[in-house]
Design a protein. Structure first.
Length: 278
């Protein structure tokens, strides 16, 4: 009698894997914090790889891969290519994965200067000169922005993927959220330069609600006009250097924000088109 090796039973649920690169783990913690809400769809998805939550790892391939963090080493660049091969759909979560994160500030400096300032023996540190988004290295199917991501949007994302539909994530600006909660505009009423008009909604306008400017945690909204916004603030007396620092924040290396901060830094002549300087 010949015994036929038994094959593992086929997956009956979509498989989910969560991976981490250079980041603070905040977006993965949002996933853990959402466990109560995720229970509603827990019976419809199988988590096969999530080292922040469990040491149990089921080998791929996976239906959906969630990736947190930016690419900052050659090993990272090689690893994300393998993850892309293992995942039918790849979703980046958080500012680090979607734009390079706060650590992308190093992209405007000299990496050797940073290494020498931070490490006693920098010769033992192997790193790339830049910190870049996942999409700069492999194709990405969907981006969930935020620093950190919003729990409600995360649950919506996973629910949509399980149901096979497109996630419903707002593309409008934080200003809409300010209006919805009745928050007085800090830019108009208090003269505080704010990125709310050009930043994608999702946070609930937390900072403006506490008399603070929006720092662009969710990255550029759809069809933004950063030149007009920074020109307005400069016309009202905000130094160009301060505007450059404002734009170079959590999503400073997002293409739209990066282009404007570079323009502000490099263009020292004549001010911004459309605005007359006294």
């Amino acid at each position: 009698m010949t015994l036929t090796p038994q094959q593992p039973p086929p997956r009956t649920k979509p498989s989910l894997a969560v991976f981490k690169f250079a980041s603070c783990d905040g977006c993965q913690l949002q996933l853990l914090d959402a466990q109560g809400k995720l229970l509603e769809i827990a019976d419809r998805v199988q988590i096969d790889h999530f080292l922040e939550a469990s040491s149990k790892v089921v080998p791929g391939p996976y239906d959906v891969g969630l990736v947190e963090g930016s690419i900052s080493t050659a090993h990272d660049a090689e690893r994300i290519r393998e993850i892309r091969r293992q995942c039918r759909m790849l979703v980046t979560i958080g500012a680090c994965a979607t734009s390079g994160g706060i650590q992308a500030l190093r992209n405007w400096g000299r990496i050797d200067d940073f290494l020498g300032a931070v490490y006693a023996s920098p010769q033992y540190i192997t790193t790339l000169a830049t910190s870049t988004a996942i999409a700069d290295h492999v194709p990405v199917d969907f981006e969930l922005r935020g620093c950190p991501i919003d729990t409600r949007q995360l649950v919506e994302l996973i629910t949509a993927l399980v149901l096979g539909r497109k996630p419903r994530v707002p593309g409008y600006a934080v200003c809409v959220e300010c209006k919805a909660r009745g928050t007085v505009c800090v830019a108009v009423a208090k003269g505080i330069p704010c990125l709310g008009p050009v930043t994608q909604a999702g946070c609930g306008a937390i900072c403006p609600a506490h008399d603070r400017e929006c720092f662009g945690c969710y990255g550029p909204a759809e069809a933004v006009n950063l030149v007009s916004l920074t020109g307005f603030y400069e016309h009202r007396g905000t130094p160009r250097e301060d505007l450059t620092r404002l734009v170079r924040s959590f999503n400073g290396y997002a293409p739209e924000f990066r282009a404007e901060s570079d323009r502000l830094e490099e263009d020292d002549k004549g001010g911004i088109p459309g605005f007359h300087h006294e």
